[in-house]
Write a protein that binds this ligand. Structure first.
Ligand code: GYE
Length: 322
């Protein structure tokens, strides 16, 4: 009798553990679906960032639904609503501009889909609208660019006139890189920003706006500060076409640290690039997995920054991954 009871108990336990194990293993095998609203393909940085996201998703076994917004916030909002309708597991958003997200972010929250902000951030007061922001301190990047110039100014005479190529109007990196640079150059009153305009983070626009700067100010310009390398590289062409020497007649400072910038530094045409690594993919994927697994993640995760002056470019070039 005792024996029989024991056997029944063991059989019941076995059956129960199978019943639990089956759906658990089925769950473990279910791929995480991640909807990613990317800005577009405005720069070398952005292309490297998209590649990093796609490669890392594949390596992590995450099903990435990629949407390119062609620089338009309205396209991003549409993509986000479609991710909600598809009931994706996690949403990643790189917001083209800082403002105007509260309504759609609230919709994501109401749908109980965790949101990861990637690279750029939003100005929403309610930080419960997103799980985390994986990005950079753009203000500090601007400061690094400014500090480089303040140091350089020690070997320069007279007024130092700067023209500035801003990134996309209303975007976090444009607002913050301007702010940080202005803050740092206060240390040297001879440094003055004489013109500042957007070049939309693209080479073509950077060149076009630099041509206009040169037309208006000519030889008065001592320094160009571009919020990204692409605009800096476009502007270098404009400087050369105007018969001037970039990095000599006009110092050139830009941000990103992309391959094109390293090539320009090695060619002696760009003085310094502040690094802002676009290779965020692996961090985004591991964070998405942690969130789905119910682990708590930090509210702000920092990517890699640094300063690369032209003198270090040739030595660093073989180590560059983007
Ligand atoms: O610097 C620029 C890109 O948001 C940090 O966007 C990014 C910026 C990057 O277009 O090249």
């Amino acid at each position: 009798m005792m024996k029989n009871n024991k056997r029944t108990l063991i059989t019941a336990l076995l059956a129960a553990s199978f019943a639990f194990a089956m759906p658990l293993s089925a769950f473990a095998q279910k791929k995480i679906v991640l909807g990613f609203s990317q800005i577009g393909a405005e720069s070398e940085w952005r292309t490297a960032n998209t590649n990093s996201m796609k490669t890392a998703a594949a390596a992590a076994g995450i099903d990435l639904k990629f949407s390119d917004a062609q620089q338009k916030q309205e396209n991003q909002i549409k993509a986000l609503r479609s991710f909600i309708a598809q009931k994706v597991d996690v949403i990643a958003l790189t917001p083209v501009v800082e403002s105007g997200w509260d309504t759609v972010l609230k919709e994501i929250k109401d749908a109980k889909i965790p949101l990861i902000l990637v690279d750029r951030s939003v100005d929403s007061k309610d930080t419960s609208l997103y799980a985390t922001h994986i990005g950079f301190d753009f203000v500090e990047e601007g400061r690094m660019a400014g500090r480089w110039l303040v140091e350089k100014a020690k070997s320069m005479k007279g007024d130092i006139n700067v023209v500035e190529l801003q990134g996309t109007v209303g975007s976090a990196p444009a607002i913050d890189r301007k702010k940080g640079f202005e803050e740092a150059i206060k240390a040297e009153p001879r440094i003055k920003i004489i013109r500042s305009q957007t070049g939309d983070f693209t080479r073509a626009k950077g060149k076009e706006v630099m041509e206009a700067f040169l037309k208006a100010e000519g030889k008065k310009i001592n320094v160009l500060y571009a919020h990204n390398d692409d605009m800096g590289i476009g502007a270098i062409q404009a400087i050369e076409e105007a018969g001037l020497k970039p990095a000599k007649d006009i110092l050139v400072i830009s941000v990103d640290g992309v391959k094109g910038a390293f090539e320009a530094m090695i060619a002696g045409k760009l003085n310094v690039s502040v690094e802002c690594s676009p290779l965020l993919g692996p961090l985004v994927m591991s964070t998405a997995k942690d969130i789905v697994a119910g682990k708590s993640v930090p509210k702000d995760i920092q990517g890699k920054d640094g300063v690369y002056p032209m003198e270090t470019a040739a030595k660093e070039f073989p180590n560059r991954k983007y």
